[in-house]
Design a protein around this ligand. Structure first.
Ligand code: TMP
Length: 239
């Protein structure tokens, strides 16, 4: 299949979305732009767009093969992928296996505590409000999703965690936490959408605990490009 790229529908912080000649399919185009703290910090991670595109597609294909429905259709180029057109459920779904980031800050604990069981939390995907944390009752009150959709999203999110933890362990990486987004296709089916990359996951080397993710950019640690390349190399066996 090939898709004809038509007008730009949307530009987000890290990706652009284009219409195609197929009304059910859009093209996402990954940028090298990096932001943090709700866009307050801006920069570039050179090569990130191509890495995030290829890494996301690799992981989405493997998740799909294990029974998690995704929006993935076809990789078109280094930076561009055809995906099912969905309306994004405005919930950011965050799973954590190890304390870090806003969890460590909010609850006043150190980073690196391994949990007995993963945690799940939602935030309301709304840049103007700074993506505030909410629970499923708030999500229902705001009509962001139905109870059935929330139940399904939770089930898929924990399934993704189990699978992704395994994929990362194979390449010597501990999956600390990550953020997922889900979308609804025209017929109402819930599918995993957006991306799975070092932008949206915390990935620590299992031996050295070196950070191999966007925290290197968020925290001005340097070496973000190299970290993204390292994860890509381990995952795909190439640069
Ligand atoms: P947090 O500790 O800052 O809440 O982040 C948890 C995980 O979610 C981490 O892997 C980074 C990811 N994340 C995003 O992908 N987008 C965001 O806007 C935020 C705040 C976090």
């Amino acid at each position: 299949m090939s898709y004809e790229k038509r007008e730009q529908l949307y530009e987000g912080k890290a990706k652009k979305v284009y219409a195609t000649d197929d009304p059910q399919v859009v093209i996402v185009s990954y940028k090298d732009d990096a932001t943090a703290f709700n866009g307050l910090k801006k920069g570039t991670i050179t090569g990130k767009g191509a890495i995030n595109n290829r890494m996301t597609n690799n992981l989405m294909r493997r998740l799909e093969a294990k029974g998690v429905p995704t929006h993935y259709v076809e990789e078109l180029s280094d930076r561009e992928t055809a995906v099912k057109k969905v309306s994004i459920v405005p919930l950011e779904v965050i799973i954590r296996n190890i304390s870090a980031g806003s969890f460590a800050k909010r609850y006043g604990v150190e980073e690196g505590i391994v949990f007995d069981q993963p945690t799940i939390e939602f935030s309301y995907k709304n840049d103007d409000l700074g993506d505030p944390l909410l629970n499923s009752y708030h999500a229902l009150a705001l009509k962001l999703a139905t109870q059935d959709e929330i139940d399904l999203i939770k089930k898929y999110a924990f399934a993704v965690n189990d699978l992704l933890k395994g994929f990362m362990k194979e390449i010597g990486i501990d999956l600390v936490d990550f953020k997922l987004e889900f979308g609804k296709t025209a017929d109402g089916t819930i599918v995993l959408a957006d991306e799975i990359s070092p932008d949206t996951c915390r990935l620590w080397d299992e031996k050295t605990h070196e950070k191999l993710d966007k925290d290197r950019f968020r925290r001005d640690m340097g070496g973000a490009e190299e970290a993204y390349e390292e994860v890509m190399r381990r995952l795909m066996g190439e640069q």
